[in-house]
Write a protein that binds this ligand. Structure first.
Ligand code: 13P
Length: 252
């Protein structure tokens, strides 16, 4: 059985104290509830990671970063490397989020480099892919996602790809209130799994976790997660509210 995951991507939200309060209450909730078998991850801004990991040390919730540098170390003012993230106790890093692709011009080549560095540092990667509205409307969405995966991920060796989680996030659904229908999500997740199977074989394809992201909320999560190839979610806005985030995790 592949792993179910719900990860909260806080983006550039939460000052230190409110972020730590949120993490404390989420961690307490899930640590007291062993019946929830889904892996729960919070991805705060870099600057909170070390403090968040102090809180999570003995709990059930894991932490991840939202990005990492494309170099390992050195004179890159303002950057944060994958080994630094690992040294805080974080286990995951999100790579290739559409906001990084759009606002910071991160292309598949850079994302591939970051992925290799992150895996080399011992982190697990949540690799994001997804098409913009025009690409959905013109019917090019399979081709777009295929290129993102081929160029971003498919240079990895089989033993590396097993430390990758894929997040399908249609850009037109992120923060817009528009959600992919469960059928649209399933169609793409099934396609992504077929690409993994073509490249890495059926055992790896069956075991890789594929998350859906884009305006996921308590009212739509259960229906999306009920689809056979949807293994959980990458949650933006709703991960900032304890009750909403917990309800989404419980919908898996
Ligand atoms: P929203 O859930 O706010 O649409 O954001 C999704 C997302 O980008 C998670 O990475």
């Amino acid at each position: 059985m592949r792993k179910k995951i719900v990860a909260g991507n806080w983006k550039m939200n939460m000052e230190l104290e409110e972020g730590l309060n949120l993490v404390k209450s989420i961690n307490q909730y899930f640590t007291d509830k062993p019946s929830v078998r889904c892996e729960v991850i919070v991805c705060p801004p870099y600057i909170h990671l070390a403090s968040v990991n102090q809180i999570l040390k003995n709990g059930k919730v894991r932490a991840g970063a939202q990005n990492c540098a494309s170099e390992k170390s050195g004179a890159y003012t303002g950057e944060v490397s994958a080994p630094m993230i690992k040294s805080t106790g974080a286990e995951y890093v999100i790579i290739g989020h559409s906001e990084r692709r759009t606002y910071y011009n991160e292309d598949n080549r850079i994302l591939n480099k970051k992925t290799i560095l992150a895996l080399g540092a011992g982190l697990k990667v949540i690799f994001c892919c997804g098409e913009v509205k025009e690409e959905r409307e013109s019917g090019k969405y399979f081709e777009v996602v295929r290129t993102q995966l081929e160029e971003g991920l498919f240079t990895l060796k089989p033993e590396e790809i097993t430390n990758v989680v894929i997040a399908y996030e249609p850009v037109w659904a992120i923060g817009t209130g528009l959600t992919a229908t469960p059928e649209q999500a399933q169609e793409m997740h099934e396609y992504i799994r077929s690409l993994i199977k073509g490249k890495y074989g059926s055992v790896i394809a069956e075991n890789i976790t594929i998350l859906y992201g884009g305006s996921c909320k308590p009212s739509n999560a259960a229906e999306i997660f009920s689809k056979p190839d949807v293994d959980g979610g990458l949650i933006g806005g709703a991960s900032l509210k304890k009750e909403d985030f917990i309800a989404i995790v419980e919908a898996v």
